[in-house]
Design a protein around this ligand. Structure first.
Ligand code: HH2
Length: 295
């Protein structure tokens, strides 16, 4: 897409879309937006690294999700298992019992919900309860997850993770992190699309088996990843590499660092930003876009 005259479209003018194999609340089978849209994070967990325990009560989680949509989130991402470095896996039925009621209540209010899970059974139950897409931090490793998404007509966020949360930060190594992560994502995406998943979003998985330098290289490679034609999601919100750069210990105090990282990602063509602080990111994106449009 081009903007005025022959200049290339600025990041906030670039159109992105996501196709669904079954109608969303309201009947559409495609979401369309310009620039970077927000995916709000609602973790229904006791132990997530930055908001653990904040939304463990289903009523609180639903209220938080609705507030995020009011403030401008396009999608609300509901998760029931912490995948922070070192986290132990949660029992599958426990994970489902955390997320399904929240997904159901948000979807019933017309919210486009993604379920953040590595378990195909949790994805399946959440899609049956009204989730519109699946956010799989294990990058569709499980063929059954691909089948569940294809059968339900649900697009998937394909995220790269090196190994497992329990061990992924021990000594992550790559010869060429950008090339290896990109190759992984493109292969997983093609496999999913060939199996009938209606659409995919690619995510390099900041913090998931990556050093600070790996994270910085991957974030700065957002434009080269986006050039492959799939929407790109960036999730830097409150992560420890930002804390290390900015010298901020407490995850909840890393808002300024998160906004800086996400504005960079937006300028580099990210279609979606996965954030805990929707209102603050909305403001930052609105100002950045307005200033750029007037420059
Ligand atoms: N990061 C987290 C969880 N899910 N999904 C995608 N697609 N991309 C990410 O970067 C990503 C993700 C980790 O953040 P959070 O959910 O806040 O923490 P926890 O895993 O401790 O629940």
């Amino acid at each position: 897409m081009t903007g005025a005259g022959s200049r290339p479209a600025a990041w906030h003018e670039v159109e992105h879309s996501l196709r669904f194999g079954r109608p969303l609340p309201g009947g559409a089978t495609e979401l369309r937006w310009r620039g970077a849209a927000l995916m709000g994070v609602v973790n229904v967990t006791p132990d997530s690294f930055s908001d653990g325990g904040a939304h463990l009560d289903p009523g609180d989680a639903v209220a938080a999700g609705l507030r995020m949509v009011e403030r401008g989130a396009l999608i609300v991402d509901v998760g029931g298992e912490s995948t922070r470095p070192g986290a132990a896996p949660v029992d599958e039925s426990e994970e489902a019992s955390r997320v399904v009621p929240v997904v159901e209540a948000l979807a019933a209010r017309g919210v486009v919900v993604s379920v953040d899970t590595r378990r195909h059974s949790v994805a399946e139950a959440s899609l049956a309860a009204g989730a519109a897409l699946v956010n799989d931090v294990s990058g569709l490793r499980d063929p059954a997850m691909v089948e569940v998404c294809a059968r339900a007509g649900a697009p998937a966020v394909v995220m790269h993770m090196l190994g497992e949360p329990r061990t992924m930060q021990m000594d992550p190594r790559y010869d060429d992190v950008v090339a290896e992560v990109t190759d992984y994502l493109l292969v997983a995406a093609e496999r999913a699309l060939a199996a009938g998943v209606p659409d995919v979003v690619l995510d390099v998985g900041l913090g998931f088996g990556k050093t600070l330098d790996h994270n910085v290289a991957l974030l700065n490679a957002t434009s080269s990843l986006a050039a492959h034609g799939h929407p790109v999601l960036v999730g830097a919100s409150r992560k420890s590499f930002l804390g290390r750069i900015a010298g901020v210990e407490r995850p909840a105090d890393r808002l300024g660092a998160s906004i800086a990282a996400h504005l960079q990602a937006a300028r580099l063509g990210a279609a979606l930003l996965r954030v805990h602080d929707v209102e603050e990111h909305r403001q930052a994106l609105a100002v950045a876009a307005a200033l750029e449009a007037a420059a």
